[in-house]
Structure formats: C-alpha cells, structure tokens
Design a protein around this ligand. Structure first.
Ligand code: GCW
Length: 722
C-alpha cells in the first residue's frame, strides 16, 4: 500500500477511536487477556467440565490462584465463579496440595508429586465421564499456581481438556529476568519507556503494575528478578533502598518471584566507608557478611547477587591483584548461610585490547573451573562477543564442567532494532540451546549444560536481560512481548520449541483464528533470519552505530580498537571476515575437537558463521555458486525484501484482530522496512569500497551515496545516557 494512504487510514482510525471512546486493546494485558473464547462449542464443553471451581489453601499464593481463575474463567467463559472448597462435587476443577487439601492427599499421587519437585505440578482428568473432575496438584502452592497458569493456557489456546494427563516440572532451578534499570528510572538498553520500578514512591506506593508483572512472570515460570542494572549503583544496598526492595518482594512473593540485586564490587568503599574492596581483606569480608545478614533480616527469601566485575569500567577483584573466583567466593560465603546464590558474569574484557576479544572470557574463566563453591553460577552470554543478531555458541559452555553456567540471553533488542523491529528471538535462543558442544560426545547440547543435566549440578539457570519498561504495553513493540514470553518458556524447559511457543503466544495474545496464525506464525519464525540478513549476514558482526547501537555503522572507527566495526569485519581489498581459524586468532581452539574442526575449515564451516571464523576472498564461491560479494548483496537485498513481505502479510490479516494493535504493528513495520533498506545500503556501499564490485544491475540501486549514511547523526536514542 502507498505510504500516504496508509497513514491517512491510521489517522482516520485513531480519530474514530478518540471520538467514539471505544475501548481498544492497548497490549497491557500481555498474553493474559482472557478474552471470550471465539469457538462457542469449545466454550460450552469447558463450561460442562467446569461447573465448580475449588481451590484449597488460604495463603497469599492460594488467593492468587483464586484470583487468576476468577478473572480467567470469567473472561474466557463469561461465567462468574465463586471459588469454593468442596471437592466432592462432579464436574469441578480442584486445585491444591496434599498439605492444604485432604482431597488431594488421598488421591495416591504423592509419590508422583515428590518426583515432580517443589515447582512441578500435574493436571489430571480423574473420575472421567459424567463425574469428571480436573485436578491441578503440586507439592507446593507455587507449583499449583504454575499448574493453574498452564490450565488457563490450555483454555486460551482452545485445547481439549477431557482427558488430561499433564506432568510438568522446570528443567532449571533459577529462571531470572535481569533488569538493567537505574535508580533514576532510566533503563540501559531499554526501549519501552522508563523503569517500572518507581523507587521514589516505594515503599509506600505500590503500583498495581508490580502485581501484573509478577503474574506475567509466574505464568511462564520466571522465578526471580534482578531489579537493578549490572552497571550498578551501590546505593541499592543501603537500608533505605532495601526497604523499598522489601515492598517489591512482598508483592512478588505470592507469585514465586524472588528479588535479587546487582552488587557493586566497590560498595564497601562507597557506602561502607572502607578504604578497599579487596576480597581477601578481613574488613571487606566482614562488611559483606554483615550486609548479607542485614539483607536477609529484611528479606528472608532474598535470592542473591549478580555481579559485573572488571568489565567496561566496573570495579572488581582484579584491581587488587585477585581473580574472579576470589571475588565471587567471598560473596558466595556471605549469602550461603541464607540459601543465596551469586551469579558472576563472564562478560569481561580487559582494558588492553587483546588479539581477539572473542577469546577473552574463556581465557579468564576456563582456568577457574572447579574453583567455585556450589552456590556460584558463572553467567555466560549466549555468544562470545555481545548479543549480536547471530553468534556461534559461547565456547565456555563446553569448557567448565565443574561450574554451573547460567545462560544469559538478551531479550531487549539492543542489536536487533530496538523496539521498532519485529524480531521474534526464540529461534535465536533455540539455535544456541540446540548447539552441540560435543564435550561428552554427540548430544552434549548447550541446553543440557544449562539445565545442569550434562554435568549434574544442583543449580541450573537462565537469565534474560529484560525488555520491560513503563510503556502501556510493557515492551514497546507488541511483538516484543513474545520475546519475554518465549524467554520464560525456554528457561522453564530449554528444549521447548520456538515454533510451539510462537503458536501458543499468538493464540493467547491475539486470536485462535487459524488464518491469522497461518500468516503470523511464519512471519515470526522467519523474522530473526530476516534481521540477520539485512544487518549482518554470513557471520558478520558488530557493524552497528557507535554507542547507541541503533542503525548501521560499519565505518565506526572511534574509541578502543575492539569497539570499532572494521576490527570485526576486517574488510580489505582481498576480502572480508575475522580469521579465528587455527591460522588466525585460533579462537576455534576454545571449542571441543569436532566443533573446532568444523569451524576451522572453510569447507565445513557453516555459511551462517563464515565471516565469524574466516577472512574470505570476495570471489570465494558460496555453496549456491554465487561469489561471496554477490551472495552478500543477495542476503542484504533478501533481508530488506522479507520485511516488505512481512508488511504485506500483516496487511492480509487486517480485520482479524483489534484495530489498535493492528495499526500499531503496521506503523512499526513501516519503520522497519525503511530501516532495513538503510542497513542494506549503508553496509553494501561501505563494503563495496573494498570489494570494488558492482551491486548487480538487477537489484534496485541505492539512491544515496555512502557519505550520506556516514554523516547521519542521531541524538537521544533511547537506552543510553546521552
Ligand atoms: O553490550 C553491552 C551493552 C552495555 C551493557 C554490557 C553488559 C550493561 O552495550 O550497555 O552494560 O553489554 O552486558 O554488561
């Protein structure tokens, strides 16, 4: 559609909305909309099976279960349920634990529940036929809450509930969001407004949003939140802020979400009045021990500390000649008596530019394997550079068997178009989790490292850098909600499928209409590859604009060498790509032999990682017969074309969902389409200086010169302090 026409359509729609005061969907409800079911016969079947709803227990969590079922069933089935406590009626839903319900206790499922663990649950249809009952049971009320959300998901996605035999338990113990939220409410790399934590009004003012945040997390099994930025401010550890944090902890607790804090390593100096933060100094050790005691006296179920040390200017143990284990272990000892953990980030790089930044985390941390106590996680980003549109899995995942490694994914789209590009990230997460480290033979996937099963760790977990802000729809882009959702579902079970997750998210968030799903699901599933193609195809990486990282910047040449783009592209008259093979930086040697061999040889290196591992001549023949230059041109153009297809696909479902979200997405797709062309033209014109080859005539030629793109300057891009 012509852009002008499109825009006048949008204006007309918004005017009608405003004038008529029609309530439209703004996305606030996320995937917990509970709109009336579209399929009446399914709804009628549900009503027959759900004559009564019985929830046992009087705790705050049981109250949360009752509340969720009341809202959910009222919304979906238009029936007001008075939640009762007599399970001896036919056709009822019963939720409880053996402890809070004699009815559940006598069902002979105790052994099964024990196996499923504290957060696991079962959903069984029992007494089938006329007396049919559905039971949601767990050892704990939090497990029962998870089961309740699962059950509501079945209804929202219109599944058959006549013969349920579901048994679920999370594969990981720690499933966390990491908020890069500052105390002044700015959010580092946040594109959805300001922080949802209103520190100024806490602890006395409790925004209802905190409850909805906890509900949303619980609905996908997220059980912890690090509420402050890893570039930390020590003030969060003072008594004043700890009481604010307590107010949040109280809201989250019934939903099984624990609070965690980022600990600034130099806090003993900044707020403790000490002259050093040396982790081996007796006064420093004592300070942290006392701080831990204080925190736990205020918040007994406090989760623990996340630390970014000796990285990008953050303080750390190396300032005192100590290593990361010295730092982590000191904090781990302080929180151990209270059941806390320490998540020590492996995202470190030296002040001195190394031969290859990709090798640094491994070089620092691999020798420390076996030097940490069991309550320390080393938290590793999915790839060795930094949340790029595509990176091979981080070599540390195959190299620290004695240490629980926590996966760190980025949910916020720092390098993937901020909150204006529709990029469904679950395929990126899945690609990394499914990657095989081969450390214990075939099938030693990253997922099995992360869930602790490969190396039998007590703790296991995932962290997702949050994309949440105070925008009405939480995440900025309506489809960015899918990334929060999918992250939670994969943290619960790293072997879940991204496609299945997309399916259930669409049904809950938009509609069960099959036509809509048939269009939108492939659109989501292809969207990540599309972004890779118009940003950094064939293993290119780190080609974005300086500092704010929005838009292309393959020419960026300021600051330290390993912050520049040419350092990564190595584009020259011979070719392009970073030689990390055994003939180059030898980063490949950080992988186990079979992975190393595959990446090391040009012929066996998967093309999606070609320029990650090799410096390849412009005339190199790709598998499809194209030269590297022509293949690259084709990818960039293909990526931009795919966004146009997304626009057309989206237009084709007009009318199947509410207009408000429809137009919201269609405007953002328009921005994305323009930005994809911007990426394509800027990168190709820049690399063309080296390839000295034309963009073949059958492609629409860029209508601007390279210097136009190089001279574009943007101020106040969200996500950084300007
Ligand atoms: O990618 C970089 C980001 C920084 C971030 C850092 C990190 C919080 O650009 O903004 O700092 O990663 O992960 O620590």
């Amino acid at each position: 559609m012509d852009n002008k026409l499109k825009i006048s359509g949008i204006v007309l729609f918004l005017t009608i909305l405003f004038v008529s005061g029609v309530h439209a969907e703004n996305g606030y409800e996320l995937w917990l909309r509970y709109n009336p079911l579209e399929n009446q016969s399914v709804a009628n079947d549900y009503k027959k099976s759900l004559k009564e709803v019985v929830v046992f227990g009087n705790s705050e969590t049981s109250e949360a279960i009752k509340k969720e079922l009341s809202i959910g069933l009222k919304g979906l089935l238009s029936v007001e349920y008075k939640v009762g406590s007599n399970a001896e009626v036919d056709n009822c839903l019963v939720v409880g634990t053996p402890k809070n319900s004699p009815f559940i206790a006598q069902l002979s499922i105790n052994e099964k529940l024990q196996k499923l663990g504290d957060e696991g649950y079962l959903i069984y249809t029992i007494d089938k036929g006329a007396k049919q009952r559905i039971v949601i049971a767990s050892q704990t009320e939090i497990g029962a809450l998870y089961g309740t959300f699962h059950f509501l998901r079945l209804l929202q996605t219109q599944q058959n509930i006549s013969d349920l035999k579901i048994e679920e338990s999370p594969k990981t113990t720690h499933r966390l969001l990491n908020h890069w939220d500052n105390l002044d409410r700015t959010v580092e790399r946040g594109y959805a407004g300001f922080s949802i934590w209103d520190w100024h009004k806490l602890p006395d003012f409790i925004d209802t949003r905190y409850v909805d945040y906890a509900r949303a997390n619980a609905s996908v099994g997220i059980n912890g939140a690090v509420v402050n930025n890893v570039n930390a401010n020590a003030l969060i550890l003072t008594d004043q802020y700890l009481h604010k944090l307590l107010a949040l902890a109280k809201v989250f607790r019934p939903y099984g979400v624990k609070v965690y804090l980022t600990a600034r390593f130099s806090a003993p100096i900044e707020i403790g009045g000490l002259s050093t933060a040396d982790p081996l100094d007796a006064n420093v050790i004592n300070w942290w021990n006392e701080k831990a005691k204080e925190i736990y006296s205020i918040i007994p179920d406090f989760g623990g500390f996340l630390v970014k040390a000796n990285s990008e200017g953050q303080p750390g143990p190396q300032q005192y000649g100590r290593n990361h284990a010295d730092g982590a272990n000191m904090l781990a000892k302080a929180v151990a008596p209270f059941g806390g953990v320490v998540m020590w980030r492996a995202f470190v790089y030296d002040n001195n530019v190394p031969d290859d930044r990709a090798k640094q985390a491994y070089n620092e941390f691999q020798p420390l394997d076996g030097k940490f106590p069991e309550n320390v996680f080393v938290q590793v980003k999915n790839g060795a550079i930094d949340f790029q549109p595509r990176e091979p899995f981080h070599p540390l995942f195959g190299a620290m068997p004695k240490t629980p490694l926590m996966m760190e994914f980025q949910i916020t789209q720092e390098y993937l178009g901020c909150a204006t590009h529709l990029v469904y990230l679950a395929p990126l997460y899945e690609e990394c989790l499914d990657a095989d480290t081969y450390v214990k033979g075939e099938g030693s996937t990253v997922a099995k490292v992360v869930d602790g099963s490969l190396n039998s760790h007590k703790y296991s977990g995932m962290a997702g850098v949050s994309n949440i802000g105070n925008d009405i729809n939480w995440c900025g882009h309506p489809f960015a909600q899918a990334n929060w959702y999918a992250y939670g579902r994969l943290a619960w079970n790293p072997e879940n499928s991204s496609e299945q997750i997309a399916d259930e998210w669409i049904r809950q968030t938009f509609t069960n209409n099959q036509k809509f799903i048939d269009v939108v699901k492939p659109m989501m599933m292809n969207s990540r590859e599309t972004a890779v193609n118009y940003m950094t195809p064939l293993g290119l990486h780190h080609q974005m604009a300086w500092n704010h990282h929005w838009g292309p910047g393959p020419w960026v040449n300021i600051g330290r060498l390993d912050w520049t783009s040419p350092y990564y592209s190595k584009a020259d008259s011979f070719g392009i790509g970073f030689d990390r093979s055994s003939k180059g930086s030898n980063a490949v040697s950080q992988y186990s032999t079979s992975v190393k061999d595959k990446f090391d040889k040009l012929e066996s290196c998967p093309e999606e990682f070609l320029l990650w591992f090799h410096h390849v001549p412009w005339d190199y023949k790709l598998k499809n017969g194209q030269t590297l230059w022509n293949g690259m041109v084709d990818k960039y153009y293909g990526g931009a074309e795919s966004v146009k297809k997304m626009q057309n696909d989206w237009e084709s479902i007009k009318g199947l969902i509410d207009n408000e979200r429809f137009y919201h997405v269609s405007q953002l797709l328009n921005i994305q389409a323009n930005e994809a062309i911007w990426w394509r033209n800027a990168c190709l014109l820049y690399f063309q200086q080296f390839s000295k080859q034309p963009i073949p005539a059958n492609y629409e030629q860029p209508n601007k010169a390279l210097d136009y793109y190089q001279n574009l300057k943007f101020r106040f891009v969200p996500g950084i302090s300007n």
